[in-house]
Ligand binder design. Structure first.
Ligand code: PXP
Length: 240
């Protein structure tokens, strides 16, 4: 059964709307764990639009499951990661104007920097995952760069406008998942997943971890975060 990493960035988004103290993502992390989260994911963006350095540091000591830090490979962020030492770092591309992470990493063009960052994170005992588009070549390149796992970008599947487009995107994910399995890379997936579309993704071969944020926090507004996580966890466990 795949593990569920709950991304709590958007608890911080609500807090930053007033630049105040609540709601506190650190409390959200503990409640998500009570609801069955197997890990807590946060993205410390360069513009600090939601998660702040203080959150990452407090989460490091409060999270009992697994702390996964989504991060760009820029030097100031790498320095924070090496200091805080999350259990896992997921390297993502980052553009200032984007609403959310729009595509996978450029594992070909950015190879030199990625290889160096991966080696430094490894030297600090941090497991490294690369967020990539579902493409066999990107999977193989990730292994060559030294990554422990890949997180396949499920955005095309999740944002599909028709059944046939969703089917095509799902098959693309299946091929990339099989490639990761063949070469022994751990397999994660995420982006845009919700209570309706996650079913197909939990059946991906070799899947070990899903990272889901926006849909869980949106549901939590109405039912509370523990229940929202428990409901998603039940869907992730159901591989029929
Ligand atoms: N995985 C990665 C690498 C991401 O960048 C994000 C968004 O922060 C997610 C998963 C979660 O996406 P969503 O909030 O759409 O569930």
């Amino acid at each position: 059964m795949a593990k569920l990493g709950v991304n709590i960035d958007h608890v911080a988004t609500v807090r930053e709307a007033r630049k105040g103290r609540e709601p506190d993502p650190v409390l959200a992390a503990s409640l998500a764990e009570l609801g069955g989260a197997d890990g807590i994911t946060v993205h410390l963006r360069e513009d600090r639009r939601h998660i702040q350095d203080r959150d990452v540091r407090l989460l490091r000591s409060v999270v009992k499951t697994k702390l996964n830090l989504e991060m760009a490979g820029s030097e100031p962020i790498v320095m924070v990661a090496l200091d805080v030492k999350p259990d896992q770092a997921t390297l993502v591309p980052e553009r200032r104007q984007e609403l959310t992470t729009e595509g996978g990493l450029d594992v070909a063009g950015g190879a030199t920097r990625l290889r160096e960052v991966i080696a430094r994170l490894h030297a600090s005992g941090i497991v490294v995952s690369l967020f990539i588009d579902p493409d066999r070549d990107a999977v193989k390149r990730s292994r060559d760069l030294g990554a422990d796992s890949v997180e396949l970008h499920t955005g095309r599947y999740a944002g599909a406008h028709s059944e046939s487009e969703a089917e095509e995107a799902a098959q693309e994910l299946e091929r990339a998942a099989a490639a990761a399995g063949e070469i022994g890379l751990h397999l994660h997936a995420g982006h845009g997943l919700d209570y309706r579309n996650v079913g197909r993704i939990v059946r991906l071969p070799h899947l070990e971890e899903l990272n889901i944020g926006h849909s869980i926090i949106s549901r939590a507004v109405f039912v509370g975060i523990e229940r929202a996580v428990r409901e998603m966890k039940a869907l992730v466990a159901d591989r029929r």
